[in-house]
Structure formats: C-alpha cells, structure tokens
Design a protein around this ligand. Structure first.
Ligand SMILES: Nc1ncnc2c1ncn2[C@@H]1O[C@H](COP(=O)(O)OP(=O)(O)OP(=O)(O)O)[C@@H](O)[C@H]1O
Ligand SMILES: [Mg+2]
Length: 258
C-alpha cells in the first residue's frame, strides 16, 4: 500500500470554551490518499474548519496522532497550503497581486525562481492581466483566485481549502470549480475541501466525508466514481450524480435549511 497523504489515528480535538473544554472531535480515524480530491461536509459548528486547521498544523490536537506524508504534524507541514474562506482578510491591501502571490516564497528562493512560480500560478488561475493591480480593485472571485495562486506558488503537494468559494456568485463559483479541477489535474495535489454545498462536493470530489455529532464522527464516507474530466452540465445529468445528490440530501434532511 502506498503511504497516504494525511493519516489520523484516534484523533481527539478539544478547544477551550466559555463553559469548559469543548470536545469537538474524538476517536477520528481517517486516511486521505495522495492525489485524491476529498470534500468534507457537515452542519455548522461540527468542527470542519478546526479539523482542517489541525491537518494544516495550525491548531493542536489533544490525543491520537496526525501525520502528513508519514511525518507527525506539529506545525504547518512543508508542502501544504491553506486557502481560507475570507479572502478579504487573507490578502495584503498594500501589495500588488503579484506581490501577494509571492508572499509565501519570496524569502526562500532566488528572485528568478520566485518570478517563474508567480507567473505560472497567475496563469493557472487566469489572472496574468491583473498582476500589477491591487487586490481591493478586484472582484471577490478574482481576490479568491489571488489567494489560491499564492498557495499554488508554493507548489504544494496538498491544499487545504475552507469553503473557498462560499462567498461567490454561482457563475464565478462554477468557473473557479473548473479552474481548480484543472489545477488538480496538472499538479496532482491532494485536496481537502470543506464546503456546505452538496452539489459542489459531488462535482469536484473523488470522495466525500460527512461529519456530524458532538464530538464529531465520520457519519458517511462516500466514493464518488463520476468520470473525469467533469462538466458543469453533463456531469450533473448523469444518473450516478443524481443518485449521490439524492442520498446526500437525505443524510442532511434535518440539518439543511434551504
Ligand atoms: N479558536 C477556538 N477556540 C474555541 N472554540 C472554537 C475555536 N474555533 C472554533 N471553536 C468552536 O468549535 C466549534 C466548531 O467550530 P468550527 O469552526 O470548526 O466549525 P465548522 O464546522 O467549520 O462550522 P461552519 O460550517 O459554521 O464553518 C464551534 O462550536 C466553535 O465555537
Ligand atoms: Mg468552518
């Protein structure tokens, strides 16, 4: 068996709360294969963001073990990048697009290599035209692409994405979904993608994990066998897509409000 990208063994995550310690996740066993696109669904407050932060080495866990590429995670693992939902706060307003994208790499490599990577990352998210613009002059979707480009410039082997398209209109969202699938195909990165959007999860993923309960557990673990490349119209007309959509909506019947 090949080594998984991420591996959690009996992981417990506890956070301090106003009424004492909150045991958010307990006994979590999870393996994520290299190159897989895995979405995480679950009601608000189940701990999806916290789990992503634990995998990304930004939040400590209190029991069990988390590994990335076989190494115990105790800080951000080299080769992983995180994309947050709130692109507005993730970007530096006084830096141009180009210099926002170079942020994570500029101190670590020669200028020519930085320029090469930034150029390539901007090309992948189709933002070459806006390289010298400031982020606050861009639309929400463009700002989110800048944040994604910043992660891509690090040439990550894994991307952790927390509802990255949650604040976007349907058209921008569909365009970015397709761009992300192209990026994944080209880079073979492992992607862990938190979303509230059932259709989005099915459309993008090789696998969907549903968390629920307190402490949260994996309630559903679904393999998504839809053919690739996916297509916004044709994929969503496939009987298998509709079947998956049906069973996920059933699973969420009590938790979803519209
Ligand atoms: N830094 C923190 N310290 C203490 N408690 C926290 C912290 N961050 C989150 N929590 C609590 O942990 C729980 C899970 O939060 P988390 O943000 O992981 O949920 P989520 O599944 O991402 O929810 P949503 O879908 O609304 O984004 C919530 O009850 C929240 O109040
Ligand atoms: Mg969250």
């Amino acid at each position: 068996m090949a080594q998984p990208a991420f591996c959690c063994e009996r992981v417990r995550i506890e956070l301090p709360g106003a009424n004492g310690t909150l045991r958010l996740i307990d006994g979590l066993d999870l393996e994520i294969d290299r190159g897989d696109f895995v979405s995480v669904l679950g009601g608000s407050g189940t701990g999806k963001t916290t789990l992503l932060r634990v995998l990304g080495g930004l939040t400590a866990y209190s029991a069990g073990i988390v590994r990335y590429e076989g190494e115990v995670v105790s800080g951000p693992p080299p080769g992983t990048g995180i994309v947050f939902q709130d692109y507005g706060h993730a970007l530096l307003t006084w830096r141009t697009v180009r210099r926002n994208v170079s942020l994570g790499i500029e101190a670590r490599m020669p200028e020519a290599e930085v320029a090469r990577r930034v150029g390539k990352a901007l090309q992948m998210v189709d933002l070459e035209q806006s390289r010298d613009e400031y982020p606050w002059r861009l639309s929400g979707g463009m700002q989110q692409r800048v944040q994604i480009a910043r992660s891509l410039a690090m040439e990550p082997s894994a991307l952790l994405m927390d509802e990255p398209f949650g604040a976007l209109d349907a058209m921008s969202k569909a365009a970015l979904q397709d761009q992300l699938l192209t990026v994944q195909r080209e880079t073979a990165a492992t992607i862990l993608f938190v979303t509230h959007d059932i259709e989005e999860a099915i459309y993008l993923s090789d696998r969907i994990i549903v968390l629920n309960g307190r402490p949260a557990r994996i309630r559903l673990d679904l393999k998504i066998d839809l053919p690739r490349p996916r297509n916004q119209v044709l994929t969503k007309e496939l009987p298998e897509y509709l079947r998956l959509r049906h069973s996920l909506y059933e699973a969420f019947k009590d938790e979803l409000h519209g």
